[in-house]
Design a protein around this ligand. Sequence first.
Ligand code: HEM
Ligand SMILES: *[C@@H]1O[C@H](CO)[C@@H](O)[C@H](O)[C@H]1NC(C)=O
Ligand SMILES: *[C@@H]1O[C@H](CO)[C@@H](O)[C@H](O)[C@H]1NC(C)=O
Length: 317
Amino acid sequence: MALKTAITFAILLLFLGSSSAQLSPNFYSKSCPHLFTAVNSVVRSAIRNEARMGASLLRLFFHDCFVNGCDGSILLDDTSSFTGEKGALPNRNSARGFNVVDNIKSAVEKVCPGVVSCADVLAVAARDSVVILGGPNWNVKLGRRDARTASLTAANNSIPPPTSNLNSLISSFNSLGLSTKDLVALSGSHTIGQARCTNFRARVYNETNLDSSLAQTRRGNCPRASGSGDNNLAPLDLQTPTTFDNNYFKNLVNRRGLLHSDQQLFNGGSTDSIVRAYSNNLNTFKSDFANAMIKMGDIRPLTGSSGEVRKNCRRAN
Ligand code: HEM
Ligand SMILES: *[C@@H]1O[C@H](CO)[C@@H](O)[C@H](O)[C@H]1NC(C)=O
Ligand SMILES: *[C@@H]1O[C@H](CO)[C@@H](O)[C@H](O)[C@H]1NC(C)=O
């Protein structure tokens, strides 16, 4: 009997200790029943104001989750005790939407003060953005808590750069529990949004696995010399950069990926077949994307009494 009790207890501890066991779509159903309407109305008006904002919010969630888990760390401003993630190489002059996140958080604080974490606000805002731009819906798992600190070094090192080759993309995602299929599905996010010249210059001037007329067009707004026009923008999906569809994959099949890392997914390697499948089947892409977003949202959350529920997403309480 004592043994049985001990075993039950051990199983319970294992369950409580496992990283995402406590995330659940119903986490706030009693404590913040109007959470989803509050987030959705702010996201909707932000996207009505600027369609690109949906892409920017989606990317913030990715950059949050890949750096020490989905813990809202990307939202923290620098303090005297730490330098945050906003100035890290992948984020500086690039990550955007922080004011919109502040507005969402304010709307949420109004309906249920001190209840919903910034990490969860980001997870819901990313889902809403995808839905509003025509992509799939999914039940967002909730119950994440917010980090009290952030790390510039971790952000520099954990977010894969656009110069990555296929093997490093695969191992970056695999190391966080995301499969090669998840990598390809999640990269389909590049069916929306913009990139800066500094991130595609080498590709449009020097790479041969790129459609030559697209290369020529993109050179037009991205001077060869580094340091000039670095922040000039081009759409990641040349056809429909504000619609969440599968044109990104159709582009890859036609050697029209804007980033080096994009075209790595269709360059004679192991992921070609997945890209081809998504380019031919919008519904398969949408359903794999939704599943992969849930998996990405499960990366090392703070739960239970770890971390805190920040009042202001920019600073620890
Ligand atoms: C596979 C590895 C990935 C690499 C190397 C990568 C790299 C990049 C780069 C370089 C940009 C342009 C940034 C700039 O020039 O300022 C970008 C934009 C973007 N990325 Fe990724 N990305 C990856 C995966 C993802 C994932 C997994 C998501 C979301 C789940 C995502 C969502 C986005 C979005 C939506 C944009 C456009 C943002 C905007 O317009 O504000 N990316 N990415
Ligand atoms: C991180 O990247 C930034 C921007 O390139 C750079 O200034 C900084 O030295 C890097 N810091 C660390 C600690 O890796
Ligand atoms: C293209 O490649 C050459 C040779 O490696 C290099 O010197 C040059 O800086 C590259 N140009 C761009 C725009 O990346």
